[in-house]
Design a protein around this ligand. Structure first.
Ligand code: 5GP
Ligand code: ZN
Length: 137
């Protein structure tokens, strides 16, 4: 398996590393949406959110908060997004799970503007029932 993020962890590939501990590494995204766009990843290769162990997920969240604090302090953005793409349909291109932290500015041109759907005739409950059933099965 050739994984660019594993190569960064193993120092076979260069990266602008911001933070590292026994479980987690964080570095700047090479194609930033805004300057300071940061990736936070577990050192173990997990393909997506669902496969990350609970312990590593906790450590990942902890590191993500440390990085968000540092970005807010250093870059003074107006806000930030934490994003995780899971699956090609969702825009995932590197299949080693990671959180993106994107500093956001009132003036930036980056917009999440989806076409909003409307639930008609009990469809909302239908979806909720389906999901609730999966939680309990
Ligand atoms: P995804 O599309 O999987 O959610 O995000 C993968 C991210 O990894 C992309 O934003 C992309 O710019 C970044 N990326 C891909 N290859 C490299 C690399 O070699 N170095 C760094 N620093 N970032 C990378
Ligand atoms: Zn990997």
């Amino acid at each position: 398996m050739n994984c660019i993020f594993c190569n960064i962890i193993n120092k076979q590939e260069a990266a602008e590393v911001l933070f590292e501990n026994d479980k987690i590494i964080s570095f700047l995204d090479i194609r930033p949406v805004n300057y300071g766009h940061t990736l936070v990843i577990p050192k173990i290769h997990y393909e997506n959110f669902l496969s990350v162990s609970y312990d590593d997920l906790s450590r990942l969240i902890e590191a993500t908060q440390i990085l968000c604090n540092a970005l807010v302090k250093s870059l003074e953005p107006d806000g930030f997004n934490i994003v995780a793409n899971n699956g090609t349909a969702a825009g995932q291109s590197v299949f080693h799970f990671h959180f993106h932290i994107i500093p956001r500015f009132n003036t930036d041109e980056f917009k999440f503007r989806p076409m909003i759907k409307k639930y008609n005739n009990g469809l909302m409950k239908e979806y909720a029932d389906k999901i609730r059933l999966a939680i309990n099965s």
